[in-house]
Design a protein around this ligand. Sequence first.
Ligand SMILES: [Zn+2]
Length: 122
Amino acid sequence: MNGRKARALKAQKKAEDERLIESIRDAHPVLLRRDGEMEEWQKGPLTLWVPVVRDDYPPALKVGLQLRRTSIFELECMCGAEVRVSASRRIALRHTVSCPASGEALEPLAQAAGIATERADG
Ligand SMILES: [Zn+2]
């Protein structure tokens, strides 16, 4: 494959990814089920696992989890999180390390409170 064709394919994938992301952003979320500390939502073509924010959580954890929920539904975050679409069309949101919704920020808070923030098989 020559460089021009590779660039064209890359641009095509990027355009497809952006259309997919837009279709998910525009879709109305529907709650499918709750499993422990996580909820499964359908939003357009995507199934989302989002953390539940309970009233009895420590305040810093609630703030971070609420931001994480919102960023998952909107596929964007105030930190400028990068949205990536994998070859298998899974979507990952990459928060900056300093973002309160990042795994780096949430994991220690969640662990201290004895809460799972990620599905083990996710
Ligand atoms: Zn973020």
